[in-house]
Design a protein around this ligand. Structure first.
Ligand SMILES: Nc1ncnc2c1ncn2[C@@H]1O[C@H](COP(=O)(O)OP(=O)(O)OP(=O)(O)O)[C@@H](O)[C@H]1O
Ligand SMILES: [Mg+2]
Length: 349
């Protein structure tokens, strides 16, 4: 869902707006967005799309799972923007990349036609799922269009390690030139301002203690900002009160925390193999936080060599982050608390 206000991202949006206004060739028309789960990559792509639409661009949003090149072609041919006709048999057939860079392909032609009628923005989400050959195909086409001075823009997003990997593949050097935006957590200041502004705009007062409780509970994590804000507002509305009080905030935070566990923490843990969850559980139980990797191995009764692959996979999945030498921290707030509270469910025999 798009939030009522995109907190702390104005500079990025302004830069993109300028890039569209400055015409083809502006470097910020190519954007690579990375960040952990729930930090706001998808809503950022949506916001870029909204800016482009306002300027008359045609916007195609696709997820990166196999077949996305064909889906872009289908989306372009469905609109009246392009006049090409597609032989269905051709969809999904992959053509060697050497050919692609020389002769105009159907995909390239469709994108070129769309770019001539008001401009074209392609957004590609969840790039960790992208087959490299398709990424290469799309990358080649866009590179060609840019070289021709076409009115195009391209933004792609995904988890940090996978975005780095996709861009690092030596056949995709063109993508390396994209402006890199690492979406980070929001600052407490920005979050607090946003809570106050949103409540005021809706015609209510936010008690100062409520503002600081909400800001602390949100922990700079955009998804949690939405949850605590929503349930706190609901509590005040049910009382029919014009002031959002500290009690509303406390009630809202409690419900938000329960929802956060079931909507974010549990699905994230369910996606992981047992051994990695055991690593996380040991990490959560370390008395020193952020945890020292040596302490985690010791708690698991394993050598540092044995645990290093678990750690690497968890970092790749953006569940944990390296913080300084030999230390790791949880990337998602409240995961540690959850694991401590439910340790017995997760520890193997
Ligand atoms: N800058 C922001 N200000 C306020 N709310 C935000 C912001 N960014 C994201 N959100 C909210 O956080 C939630 C998660 O955002 P989003 O789905 O874009 O994350 P994501 O990075 O794409 O996650 P995933 O990696 O799981 O796909 C949404 O409910 C969204 O409304
Ligand atoms: Mg997303």
């Amino acid at each position: 869902m798009n939030p009522p206000e995109l907190i702390g991202r104005n500079t990025i949006l302004d830069d993109f707006q300028d890039a569209l206004d400055n015409g083809p060739g502006s470097p910020d028309r190519l954007m690579r967005i990375s960040g952990i789960r729930g930090v706001g990559k998808t809503v950022m792509l949506n916001a870029l799309g909204a800016i482009a639409r306002q300027r008359g661009f045609h916007v195609v949003d696709v997820a990166s799972n196999p077949g996305f090149c064909a889906r872009i072609l289908t989306a372009l041919s469905r609109t009246e923007l392009t006049s090409i006709s597609i032989a269905p048999a051709l969809l999904g057939v992959s053509i060697g990349s050497a050919e692609l860079s020389k002769s105009p392909t159907q995909l390239g032609e469709a994108m070129f036609n769309a770019s001539k009628r008001g401009g074209l923005l392609i957004t590609l989400d969840e790039i960790q799922d992208a087959p490299l050959d398709e990424l290469r195909e799309l990358g080649n086409e866009i590179q060609l269009l840019i070289r021709q001075g076409a009115n195009v823009a391209f933004a792609f997003a995904g988890l940090p390690t996978s975005v780095d990997k996709a861009v690092g593949a030596d056949t995709l050097t063109f993508l390396q030139r994209a402006k890199h935006i690492e979406l980070s957590r929001l600052s407490d200041f920005e979050v607090g301002e946003s809570f106050e502004g949103t409540v005021r705009q809706a015609g209510k007062e936010l008690a100062p203690e409520a503002a600081s409780l909400l800001t602390e509970a949100a922990a700079g994590y955009p998804f949690m900002v939405q949850l605590v804000g929503y349930y706190t507002w609901q509590s005040a509305a049910r009382r029919d009160s014009n002031t959002v009080s500290a009690e509303d905030a406390e009630r809202g935070i409690e419900i938000a925390r329960a929802n956060f566990d079931t909507m974010v923490i549990e699905p994230a843990l369910r996606r992981l193999p047992q051994r990695q969850v055991e690593y996380l559980t040991a990490m959560a139980r370390c008395s020193k936080q952020p945890a020292q990797t040596g302490d985690i191995s010791r708690l698991m009764g394993l050598s540092a060599k044995d645990t290093s692959s678990y750690r690497k996979r968890l970092i790749d999945a953006a569940v944990i982050e390296k913080v300084g030498y030999g230390r790791v921290d949880f990337a998602i707030p409240y995961m540690r608390e959850y694991l401590v509270a439910h340790a017995e469910d997760f520890i193997g025999e």
